[in-house]
Design a protein around this ligand. Structure first.
Ligand code: NAD
Length: 290
């Protein structure tokens, strides 16, 4: 397929490289001057999109994605597909989907889970919103870049799934970290705590797979001085999107709201920026009840 790839950063770079390595004709564009093996560089965003069967965006947020979509939709051919794999807000996503539909272009929101490791290894999970026809057209590309793609519903459903997933992730990570800090103060050995909880009803991905305690459980960013992994500021971005979506949908999300406030404090006032989101554990360790 002829593919335009816009946004060749930490995630987009390796995703584009994997598509090129699988034999697709990939033309990339990024505002920063980057070159990716196997990917030809376009001089403008329009040039990357012109004549493409599928254009993929992997950009910092929904507002930037919307601005880029406004530039490229007029040069894309009817029947082509625009796939936004950025984590974008639901409102911008639905707005772009409506413009694309009028132009006869399939729009899919297809945010990912799996991080930079998943992008490099081609093992991402795609949560997709859009039509079955659009999904079927792009499915072979999801197969190259990921291990699983789920069509969640119409446009916006992929981003909705993403914010719900990450709101759960933030909640379980925070409570796992505070439970370790409580266990320390109760004199409970961290390894014993892991052995019990990881096989009991308190288990979660945060405890079992991404344990925030160094030296306990499988290898995780905690074992590398909390170098991300998944940075706290990216978690804060996703939590803010969850609260924006909850506001629009009039949903009561008290734990999500508190998690957003905690990550905001951690990132903006407590030196959490640039650390993995599991560095909430050393944060709690230093605190007392008052
Ligand atoms: P990044 O900052 O490394 O990459 C974004 C790229 O977009 C940059 O290279 C930037 O130069 C480029 N860019 C910005 N504005 C542009 C424009 N107008 N035209 C062309 N290029 C432009 O970010 P990333 O880590 O690759 O994340 C990309 C998206 O994926 C974000 O929405 C993020 O929330 C999401 N995401 C990231 C991770 C992760 O672990 N990094 C995991 C899941 C989802």
């Amino acid at each position: 397929m002829k593919i335009g790839f816009i946004g060749l950063g930490n995630m987009g770079g390796p995703m584009a490289a994997n598509l090129a390595a699988a034999g697709h004709d990939v033309t990339g564009f990024d505002m920063a001057d980057v070159s990716i093996e196997g990917v030809s560089n376009a001089a403008t965003v329009e040039e990357a999109a012109n004549g493409a069967d599928v254009v993929i965006t992997m950009l910092p947020n929904g507002a930037i994605m919307h601005a880029v979509a406004d530039q490229i939709l007029p040069v894309m051919q009817a029947g082509a597909a625009l796939v936004d794999s950025s984590t974008s807000d639901v409102d911008n996503t639905r707005a772009v989907a409506a413009i694309a539909e009028k132009a006869g272009i399939h729009f899919l929101d297809a945010p990912v889970s799996g991080g930079i490791g998943g992008a490099s290894g081609g093992t991402l999970t795609f949560m997709v919103g859009g039509t079955q026809e659009g999904f079927d057209k792009v499915a072979p590309l999801f197969d190259v870049m990921g291990q699983k793609a789920v069509l969640c519903g119409e446009a916006g459903a992929g981003q909705s799934a993403k914010v719900c997933n990450n709101m759960i992730l933030a909640g379980t990570m925070i409570v796992t970290c505070e439970a370790f800090a409580l266990a320390d103060k109760l004199g409970l050995d961290r390894q014993k705590m892991f052995d019990v909880v990881s096989t009991s009803s308190g288990q979660s991905w945060s405890m079992n797979t991404y344990c925030p305690a160094p030296g306990v459980g499988p290898k995780s960013p905690a074992d590398n001085d909390y170098t991300p992994g998944f940075a706290a500021e990216l978690m804060l971005k996703d939590l803010r999107l969850s609260q924006q979506a909850a506001e629009t949908a009039d949903a009561d999300t008290p734990v999500g709201k508190l998690a957003t406030a905690l990550y905001e404090q951690f990132v903006e006032q407590e030196d959490g920026e640039g650390k993995d989101f599991s560095a909430m554990l050393p944060r709690f360790e230093k605190r007392s009840r008052s």
